[in-house]
Design a protein around this ligand. Structure first.
Ligand code: XUL
Length: 510
């Protein structure tokens, strides 16, 4: 059996799979706010709301708690032969020169947080929600130029690790100098499991603005432009398919056996690519959550001319792209509440009462600063018709078609797709699913996977350690639950509406 872990912003999840039977045989979750409120999961250390940090001891306390919960629930921990994991991307953990010794000598009589606290050279970890590094992004870009995007897969991005490291170096040079190793959340967690400094995988490493994706090595000039001596502080970069060590003896107290292999951890999005069964070209995933995300395999390597899409490593080899749309479900919820309709009306009825294309009427719900396209000051609702005077069904179709057209526009640089797999809460909406099928003229599939990052990590472990093949793992653990075909008659309607959408987006950005 194989264990997949997902260390995300709000929780640590563990999911155990039996790859032969094709079942999930155990799972547990630690919810940070609820279970460990003493350690903040996303706070602003100096009161600047653009800064968002976490206390890294949180992730250690969560690991102890998760394993004791799995043990108490009778999960078959003694039968686990391999573990892999996924971490929230971009967040960084700073360790001093004592860390390697402390990691190698964990005492099972004590807990992880207490023993590893002295290993930290920085008490907090900037996480992906931090957008406070615009100045550092500009400085790195001025030094490196356009090569930064074409070689690292993304232009300088506020939440990415390199700009965050530069800010730390500028604001606290002494603590930076006392830092021996800088980890991502993923490689930090892997280090704790193995009791030794773990490498960073290409999947998550690509979210740092430091890894050269043409050479798959840390880029010396970009590292030096980010912070002096940085190259020496980075763990090695390795393919995701790497066995990095054995589970440290510390964890035997939870009932693990003596010979558990650990595979390299990756980022939550690369792990989700595996967990949604989307590791082959021609298939894309749209995850409709608080934010909407679009991800797919990218082959061959190239970058988004608009700079909105990011390129990460595909854990199974090659590359993937990811685009985040900040105004997802929260925006949909707000429109539904304002229209005073229930979810059945929002998800189904509104689409039965209105025609595809909505007579050219579109509305962008940018209530929060948008990531794709980048809009820092949210303009609120922007429509090309009198939104307030329209019926709820027209309003709803206008919003959903604009959101789906935005996903289409900002994924066009990748190409066309035969199949789109849809996950997340809003994938219950038949209206949204049919709109996706029609706008993309692709088959839409729903999948029942709830925790795609944790499942993807478990599948990675089964593949890397147990040599199970991905198509079989996907068939058993992430099968399609429904298929929606595109209506070919809507192709010209959405081709025209795409041009209308672009005009609306341009107006809303300015
Ligand atoms: C991706 C990103 C988020 C985090 C969430 O670039 O910032 O999706 O990975 O954990």
């Amino acid at each position: 059996m194989y264990l997949g872990l997902d260390s995300s912003t709000q929780s640590l999840k563990g999911l155990i799979i039996d790859p032969t039977g094709g079942h999930i045989v155990g799972q547990a979750t630690v919810n940070f706010d609820h279970d460990l409120p003493q350690y903040p999961a996303a706070y602003s250390p100096a009161g600047d709301p653009l800064e968002k940090h976490a206390n890294p001891l949180l992730w250690l306390a969560a690991l102890d708690l998760l394993f004791s919960r799995l043990q108490a629930a009778g999960a078959p921990l003694e039968r686990i032969v391999g573990i892999a994991g996924a971490g929230q991307q971009h967040g960084s953990v700073y360790l001093n020169g004592r860390a390697s010794t402390l990691l190698a000598s964990l005492d099972p009589a004590l807990d992880l947080a207490g023993q590893l606290a002295p290993a930290l050279s920085r008490q907090s970890a900037p996480i992906w929600m931090d957008s406070s590094t615009s100045a550092q992004c500009a400085e790195i870009t001025a030094e490196i130029g356009a090569r930064l995007q074409t070689d690292t897969g993304s232009p300088a991005i506020e939440r990415f690790t390199g700009p965050q490291i530069r800010k730390f170096f500028q604001h606290d040079p002494a603590a930076y100098a006392a830092t021996a190793t800088i980890h991502l959340v993923s490689s930090f967690m892997a280090s704790v499991l193995t009791g030794a400094q773990a490498p960073i995988d290409h999947g998550d490493g690509a979210g740092m603005n430091l890894l050269n994706l043409n050479t798959l090595c840390w880029d010396p000039a970009i590292c030096e432009a980010t912070a002096p001596g940085l190259l020496d502080k980075l763990p090695p970069a390795v393919p995701t398919h790497t066995v990095i060590g054995k589970l440290a003896p510390y964890f035997a107290k939870y009932g693990f056996g003596g010979d558990v292999a650990i595979a390299a951890w990756t980022g939550d999005n690369p792990a989700s690519l595996v967990g949604t069964g989307a590791t082959r070209p021609g298939l894309a995933v749209v995850s409709l959550g608080t934010s909407d995300t679009f991800f797919a395999v990218l082959d061959p390597y190239r970058t988004d001319p608009d700079g909105c899409g990011h390129v990460f490593g595909n854990p199974t080899g090659g590359f993937m792209c990811l685009t985040c749309f900040k105004n997802g479900s929260l925006a949909r919820e707000r429109i539904r509440e304002d229209a005073q309709v229930d979810w059945t009306f929002f998800d189904v009825t509104a689409f039965e009462l209105t025609p595809p294309g909505n007579h050219g009427q579109l509305a962008l719900p940018w209530f929060e600063p948008e990531i794709t396209p980048p809009v820092f000051t949210p303009p609120g609702l922007r429509a090309n018709f009198d939104f307030a005077a329209a019926t709820p069904q027209t309003q709803i179709r206008a919003i959903i078609e604009a959101q789906v057209l935005s996903i289409r526009v900002h994924s066009q640089w990748i190409g066309d797709f035969e199949t789109i797999r849809v996950t997340g809460g809003a994938s219950r909406s038949t209206g949204i699913l049919q709109t996706l099928a029609n706008v993309f003229q692709a088959t839409v599939e729903t999948i029942a996977v709830q925790d795609s990052a944790a499942l993807g990590a478990a599948m990675l472990a089964a593949h890397v350690i147990g040599h199970h093949d991905y198509p079989c793992l996907t068939k058993a653990l992430a099968p399609a639950t429904a298929t929606i075909l595109p209506d070919p008659a809507t192709r010209p309607i959405y081709q025209r509406l795409l041009a209308t959408y672009l005009l609306l987006e341009t107006g809303a950005k300015s």
